[in-house]
Every structure is written in structure tokens, then in C-alpha cells.
Write a protein that binds this ligand. Sequence first.
Ligand SMILES: [Zn+2]
Length: 133
Amino acid sequence: MVPSPATIMRLRYFVRVGVRIAGAVLVAFSMVLAAGVLLGFVSQFVSGQGIRLGFVLAGLLTVLGPGMVGLLLVALAPKVARWLVPIPTYRCPQCDYPLAGVTEGFCPECGLVLGEEVVEAGRRISAGPGRGG
Ligand SMILES: [Zn+2]
């Protein structure tokens, strides 16, 4: 099965949205945990046990870590999508010659007979609008 450029773009869109949602969930999760740590700090302060600032800071850093990762995920979602869903380059299985634009039923470099599917894919890649993205 050979994905068309439109299929690749659609896949990338879904990956991008998925990564953004995952990042947002991480940020929200981290916010809730941070709120918990702050509440613990406040209750400690109110009950007069004194302020253990180092403990609070360590707790905040620990719970904010996933949030940082989440923010990174949201920011880098397009890059992640490009990385996870690359635009395939069709190459001859025998000599690695790039087959985009090849319309004959054989590799122009080594003469290997190609399946109709490979030829069709090369035609689509060379004709498709899928550049960059
Ligand atoms: Zn070849």
C-alpha cells in the first residue's frame, strides 16, 4: 500500500492534533499537581509548622516537569508530525535509484522490473502537491 500525499497530510494533521492534546493534558495534569503542592504549602504555613521552602520548590519543580514537556510537545507538534509521518521517497529496491517520476515499468538505472503499484506511486509523488508541510 502506498500513501498518497493527501493521505500523508491528513495523517500529519491527526498526529499534530494528537500531540497537541497530549501536551495540553500534561500541562493541565502538572497544573493540578502544582496547585496541590501549593495548597500543601499554604496549609503548612497556616498551621504554623514553618516554611520549608526547599521542600516546596522541589515539589513544584517535580510536578512542573511534565508541564514543561507538555509545553514542548505543543510547541513542537508540527515537527513531531513531520518526523513521525515522513514523506516516503520511492527508491529502486535493487540499486536505490529514486523512482519519483519514473513512468516506465522498469528502473532506468539497473533495469529491475517494477510493479505497477511502484510506478503508480512514483507518478503520484512527482505530480502531487506534497512539498514541505
Ligand atoms: Zn534499480
